[in-house]
Design a binder for this molecule. Structure first.
Ligand code: NDP
Ligand code: MG
Length: 398
């Protein structure tokens, strides 16, 4: 294939769980012979970033950490790959012309580079759900103005996207987001207070990054996905249902006005949703297991227990309030997660902390409506983080 025909691709967060799966699919589909890799970005794992960049012949490798610039340069010596570092370099990378971008930075840190990519009009495969939770209307506006196409990578939203193929939103009545329920799906509340980081990150079905795995155990991940679904598919919160489905085989469902339901099924393997976004609107053979209905004895469903998983109720409140209530919710959640990982607060404290900060700040944050800019998002995020840290100071176990 000639250089002219190669698709230009960038991956933000290439060293993470989604990023590595994306790199492996690119290699599976021809690697640098098929793709012109423009930018790969990471943060701390510069050894892996440099290896990926050499292997795929990237133009530039960027670490978000300015302090690691020299180390990255050393790793890339003689490779022909440029090394760059720091937040401004991430934005420059996001402005480089490409045909397809994977946005797989974790957390609110993904918002600024994602917005920049959205402003430059390309096809965006969006794994970073936090962008939509914190600043959904701004993100969608940026896409509309530039003509960027947004393809969800989160498996639930990819499922909805797939179920909507050939349908119109006018006929959409509701969406049903499935949740595995995580490792503590059936654990009594009293025991949940003492679970450890190791227990919380051991997801029963999906192999994911640590942060999203713990967010699955609290169901904060599903909570973020409620807000993500509202933004992506322009839904009222009342049109979104969450149901626990322990097998993670049905990735989500769409209910239409005639009562019919379309579900998308597959093995719990993110390469399915990543490959769908990479090859859309085509489909290509992916190296994922095929479902065997002979072995798949049953599919179970159970309602969410809101006493044990208060995150879901908070997310509906954030989705109903709108404005920057989602940014408050996400920032408090990120600090709570840091606090749990550092063993400063317990598992159930995470939801307590988020509820506290959310009660304090969400009413005010909602008043922005859709009239906010990135500075407002960052200001709200910083204030929510400060209040969350204060809560940890006052309630810390150590
Ligand atoms: P990981 O933690 O595995 O990877 C995160 C990536 O972001 C890494 O490349 C990391 O670099 C980079 N990064 C971390 N901090 C920063 C920062 N401050 N600035 C810039 N880059 C940073 O996350 P996942 O791959 O699990 O998740 C990525 C996104 O995809 C999240 O939004 C998550 O919710 C979403 N998602 C993930 C799924 C999964 O299966 N993992 C499923 C569905 C959605 P480094 O590692 O080099 O430090
Ligand atoms: Mg998901």
């Amino acid at each position: 294939m000639s250089d002219l025909m190669r698709r230009r691709i960038s991956i933000f967060g290439s060293t993470g769980s989604i990023g590595q799966s994306t790199v492996s699919l690119l290699k599976h589909q021809g690697g640098k012979k098929a793709y012109e890799v423009v930018a790969l970005t990471g943060a701390s794992n510069i050894g892996l970033l440099a290896r990926q960049a050499r292997e795929l012949g990237a133009k530039v490798a960027v670490t978000a950490r300015a302090d690691l610039h020299d180390a990255l340069k050393r790793e890339l010596e003689g490779s022909g790959v440029s090394a760059a570092a720091g937040p401004a370099a991430l934005l420059e990378a996001a402005a480089m012309p490409v045909d397809w971008t994977m946005l797989a930075i974790v957390g609110a840190a993904g918002l600024a580079p994602g917005l920049e990519a959205a402003r430059h009009g390309t096809t965006l495969a969006l794994a970073n759900k936090e962008s939509l939770v914190c600043a959904g209307s701004m993100f969608l506006n940026a896409c509309r103005q530039s003509g960027a196409r947004l393809l969800p990578v989160d498996s639930e939203h990819s499922a909805i996207h797939q179920a909507m193929t050939g349908e119109t939103t006018a006929h959409l009545e509701r969406v049903v987001l499935t949740a595995s329920g995580g490792p503590f799906r059936d654990m009594p509340l009293e025991q949940m207070a003492d679970v450890t980081r190791e227990q919380a990150r051991a997801h029963p079905n999906w192999d994911m990054g640590e942060r999203i795995s713990i967010d699955s155990a609290t169901m904060f991940n599903k909570a973020l996905e409620v807000i993500e679904a509202k933004v992506l598919f322009d839904l009222d919160p009342g049109q979104i249902e969450v149901i626990v489905h322990p097998q993670s085989i049905i990735h989500s469902m769409v209910g239409f006005t005639d009562g019919s339901i379309m579900a998308q099924l597959g093995p719990p393997d993110m390469r399915g949703a990543i490959g769908y976004a990479l090859n859309w609107p085509e489909r290509r053979g992916l190296p994922v297991q095929r479902l065997d209905f002979g072995l798949l004895a049953r599919l179970d469903f159970q309602p969410v227990d809101h006493d044990r998983f208060p995150a879901i109720g908070l997310a509906y409140a954030a989705a109903s309030l709108g404005g920057l209530a989602g940014a408050v919710f996400n920032a408090a959640k990120e600090v709570a997660l840091d606090g749990f990982i550092a063993q400063r607060i317990g598992f159930l404290d995470m939801a307590r902390l988020v509820a506290h900060v959310f009660d304090d700040m969400s009413g005010e944050a909602a008043r922005y409506g859709t009239g906010y800019g990135l500075d407002d998002v960052n200001g709200t995020d910083s204030e929510a983080r400060a209040r969350a840290r204060l809560w940890i100071e006052n309630n810390s176990r150590v």
